[in-house]
Design a protein around this ligand. Sequence first.
Ligand SMILES: Cc1cc2nc3c(=O)[nH]c(=O)nc-3n(C[C@H](O)[C@H](O)[C@H](O)COP(=O)(O)O)c2cc1C
Length: 192
Amino acid sequence: MGITISPTNEGTGSGLTIGGKAGIDPAGSEAARRQFRDTLGHFCTGVTVMTALVPHKDGTPGTEYVGITVSSFNSLSLDPPMILWSIARDSVSYNCYQVGSAFAVNVLSVEQEALAHRFARTGRDKFDGVPLHIGLDAVPLIDGCVVYLECRTEARYPGGDHDIIVGRVRRIFNIGKAPLLFHIGALRGLGV
Ligand SMILES: Cc1cc2nc3c(=O)[nH]c(=O)nc-3n(C[C@H](O)[C@H](O)[C@H](O)COP(=O)(O)O)c2cc1C
């Protein structure tokens, strides 16, 4: 069967409607940018917390734990084992996760919704009372997660208002619990 070119767009794609909806330029206006965000939210993801041990961010001697809730995590390469995620340029933790440094991917379970909220708020008390295991290079692993991937940052690439972080995976733990999901701005379970 051949391709039918609609007389409304004459092969250029302009004026196309799908299911009665017109296409939107996501860079067009503030409302269009909101629609872009909402559109991306329909791609259901898991929820992770990226943890690391870094020198104090205020420059005082010593180290501190950092952790940030992240849904942009994805697989990248099987051989060698690599993953990626992205960090907002305006994140307080933007300068953590530098090339060569260690971090861990903590994939949250459906019972850890409170932790997803906690690590999505800037503040000094993110780790207060959170049970931890201490992993490679003293990076904290949050107890009760589905899986853990201990990584070293291999590369960082600029990507608009985020940086893409590529991690080389050094060790994995597969505990096998039900995951927490993020879909259209809401945290939920699998519902099965
Ligand atoms: C479900 C969910 C997913 C998120 N995913 C990301 C992400 O992929 N990248 C990112 O930079 N921030 C993401 N955030 C926002 C950060 O968690 C939030 O800005 C956090 O305050 C950053 O920590 P910091 O301010 O201590 O750096 C997400 C937040 C939530 C609730």
